[in-house]
Design a protein around this ligand. Structure first.
Ligand code: SF4
Length: 113
């Protein structure tokens, strides 16, 4: 992916409610034609979705990321990374001792804060 496409994706991902294509090119400081090419690339790669949107009677598109970056705080309990990352055990979420330990750790961290 080009740097511009990555920048466009980051802007879109940072707006969970979506960003208008008519605003995106201004944020990226590129012209609207270049922005359309970047959006097409992201659409073709399945990284964003778009829906038609009318703003003050003018047709544009609302762009949303199909996936969002994970908030690192959601996968950390103190210094402990959620054990599911890289796990190769047969998964039983309800009874997983590793996950339970991690969740206790998370609860302890929240009480300490
Ligand atoms: S819940 Fe337990 S077994 Fe399942 S992926 Fe996470 S750590 Fe592995």
């Amino acid at each position: 992916m080009t740097q511009s496409a990555e920048d466009a994706l980051k802007v879109i991902q940072s707006h969970p409610e979506g960003v208008l294509q008519s605003e995106l090119w201004k944020i990226l400081e590129v012209d609207s034609r270049k922005c359309s090419r970047l959006v097409k690339k992201l659409l073709d790669d399945g990284l964003v979705e778009r829906v038609e949107f009318r703003k003050e009677g003018i047709k544009t598109y609302l762009l949303r990321a199909t996936r969002r970056p994970v908030d690192p705080l959601l996968i950390l309990a103190g210094e402990e990374l959620v054990p599911c990352i890289g796990c190769d055990m047969e998964c039983n979420v309800i009874e997983c001792p590793r996950l339970l330990d991690w969740m206790y750790q998370l609860a302890i961290c929240e009480v300490e804060e």
